[in-house]
Design a binder for this molecule. Structure first.
Ligand SMILES: [Fe+2]
Length: 250
């Protein structure tokens, strides 16, 4: 595909300038977008059949719904506002927003783009996707997860999870969440009950990385390891973190 990346970047900067970049929530998503797009390209280069321009575009547009979400609802919590992935895909593909970023995509390219954006935050990919759609979705999902580890380190946990330091330091990891870690799988939203459950759940994303290159990048960036160095005042949680540190990359 022939993509005018400069045009996409300009259009993105223009689009987000309508939102308040001084709002840390908006700033976070702008930085996240650029990082995810770069990661998509990096992972995509290691995956045959992936067009690096198209997968970069998936990264650039994957969270476009976040800006309207935070403007309208002042939250990133989908459960109390809108499903940001579907919302973004609707804005792009049903309300014509895509044309601001690029025109002339083939039907197949549009389908891949829409599908990967719509599915990027789903717990599991829908079984009726084509092999190509699965591949692009997986690259995007890996890139998004890798950058979540960074966000967990660059933003105070209290802010991300809306909890006090005391609660975070003292809380227990719920048994169901521990079970997910033992089974090396992602944690369903409804299983997270305590503040530290959210941190463990984010760490469990390591297990969901599809491509070996994604694990290599995540490990090299070191953010997941920094999350693992969390010092809990709760002896049970401290012990649990020690166990996670020694087994997560096995
Ligand atoms: Fe997202």
């Amino acid at each position: 595909m022939l993509l005018d990346r400069e045009k996409v970047t300009r259009a993105f900067d223009q689009y987000v300038s309508d939102y308040n970049a001084d709002d840390p929530k908006i700033r976070l998503k702008i930085d996240h977008t650029y990082r995810v797009a770069a990661l998509c390209e990096q992972i995509g280069q290691a995956v045959p059949v992936v067009d690096t321009d198209l997968v970069w575009l998936c990264g650039m547009l994957h969270d476009i719904g976040r800006f309207e979400q935070v403007r309208r609802y002042n939250t990133f919590v989908d459960a109390v506002s809108v499903e940001h992935a579907a919302f973004g895909a609707d804005l792009l593909f049903n309300e014509g927003l895509l044309n601001r970023f690029c025109t002339g995509l083939s039907e197949t390219e549009q389908r891949i783009l829409e599908c990967s954006i719509r599915n990027h935050s789903a717990y599991r990919l829908s079984p009726d996707l084509s092999e190509t759609e699965i591949t692009y979705s997986n690259v995007l999902r890996d890139a998004d997860k890798i950058d979540i580890f960074r966000v967990n380190c660059d933003t105070p946990l209290e802010e991300i999870y809306n909890v006090t330091t005391e609660d975070l330091k003292n809380s227990f990891v719920s048994e169901e969440v521990k079970e997910c870690f033992r089974n090396r799988t992602a944690v369903l939203r409804k299983l997270k009950k305590t503040p530290i459950d959210y941190v463990v759940a984010h760490l469990c994303l390591v297990f969901e990385l599809v491509y070996p290159i994604s694990r290599v990048i995540a490990r090299k960036q070191g953010y997941a390891d920094r999350m693992l160095s969390f010092e809990s005042d709760n002896p049970d949680t401290a012990e649990w973190f020690a166990m996670m540190r020694s087994t997560i990359w096995e």
